[in-house]
Design a protein. Structure first.
Length: 113
């Protein structure tokens, strides 16, 4: 089993994954034209953009203080910006369960490095 796989692209929706796979299997000289045509098609414009919890936590980690602290307000602000309907506390409780953060007090967490 290979353990040194390289992440080439991260996609936030199944339609974007479809686009990237199609482009990867297309000759380089045709990729720009295919991207333009696929992005204009209805299937890419109608599907809501879903943001993965992992991507949200990665972005939240970058917003945290030098000590790795983040507040409920910062979490909710990012969720609002990304149009994610999950409550800030629910996202961070899941992060606690997964061992990504520890609760410091009500509405404050610290990321583990």
């Amino acid at each position: 089993m290979q353990t040194d796989a390289e992440v080439v692209k991260e996609c936030t929706s199944s339609s974007m994954l479809h686009l990237e796979v199609a482009l990867a299997n297309t000759p380089t000289e045709l990729q720009d034209e295919l991207r333009t045509r696929l992005l204009r098609s209805a299937s890419f414009n109608d599907e809501p953009q879903e943001v993965s919890p992992r991507a949200l936590l990665r972005e939240l980690r970058s917003l945290a203080s030098e000590e790795g602290h983040i507040s409920r307000i910062q979490v909710q602000t990012l969720l609002d910006k990304r149009d994610v309907e999950i409550p800030a506390d629910a996202l961070m409780e899941q992060a606690e369960v997964e061992g990504v953060v520890v609760r410091l007090s009500d509405g404050r967490w610290m990321f583990f490095e």
